[in-house]
Design a protein around this ligand. Sequence first.
Ligand SMILES: Nc1nc(=O)c2c([nH]1)NC[C@@H]1CN(c3ccc(C(=O)N[C@@H](CCC(=O)O)C(=O)O)cc3)C=[N+]21
Length: 291
Amino acid sequence: MTAVKLDGVATATAVKNELRVRVDALKARGITPGLGTLLVGDDPGSRSYVAGKHRDCAEIGIESFRVDLPATASADEVRDAIVALNENPAVTGYIIQLPLPAGLDENAMLELMDPAKDADGLHPTNLGRLVLGVGSTLDSPLPCTPAGIVEMLERYAVPISGKHVVVVGRGLTVGRPIGLLLTRKGLDATVTLTHSRTTQLETHVRQADIVVAAVGSAGLIRPEWIKPGAAVLDVGITRVVDPETGKGRLVGDVDPGVAEIAGYLSPMPGGVGPMTRAMLLKNVVDAAERL
Ligand SMILES: Nc1nc(=O)c2c([nH]1)NC[C@@H]1CN(c3ccc(C(=O)N[C@@H](CCC(=O)O)C(=O)O)cc3)C=[N+]21
């Protein structure tokens, strides 16, 4: 590949090494950060993400607490679990693993969280602060994937200011919030937000200095759509079964041929995913430092 690889594993390791120092300093003050996870149901993908988050915590000396409910849990049972996490002093931050099983109202559940313990930055108060935060540094968590993307671009010195970012996908965790972050004063990108009903997606992507592909549509972004030298971040995750080996594997939104055209490529796996997890840890450490 000709593109410089935006290596999420190496960058996340660097972030974690910095966080470990801050965790030690907190512990010296008698504060142990603790991450809670609330998982409802038994989706294999969600299970493996949650397991990864607990491993990450152990790596940097953060405690972690798992709350797993069956797919059949009622709204009341989920609510009770959220209230218990809000009230548990050992849990300094937590996440509700999304998606919740059909029939549970995700927005209503996110709204029940204590915003000071929201490690994902997805509570309405924190998303509101993301909107309000233009030009200032409000002390609130940022959504993990957008924060991880910006952190990686900055560490690789990819220019953002004045550049045209085309975001593909409008989901809650990536597409919707990332434009709010990238257009803040200090980052100063110009952002186009596209989605499944966008006409002439290709025409938009061709304009982009930076492409953020967060749809979940395997190979959607074609090499001929990419401006030579652009930075491309592959965020989409599609699980496919290899017909030859019968094994499951993960495929991104970006066609592998893009590596020959782009200047920078964040691959999937090994790109934004590990950075998302590192930013979750950062949100937990940040919140513990505010205690
Ligand atoms: N409340 C909530 N917060 C989230 O942050 C959240 C969520 N719900 N629901 C699901 C999505 C997905 N997500 C991933 C994080 C890391 C990897 C990751 O580390 N992936 C590895 C590969 C992992 C593997 O091989 O299975 C990589 O890209 O290299 C993937 C996906 C967080 N999400």
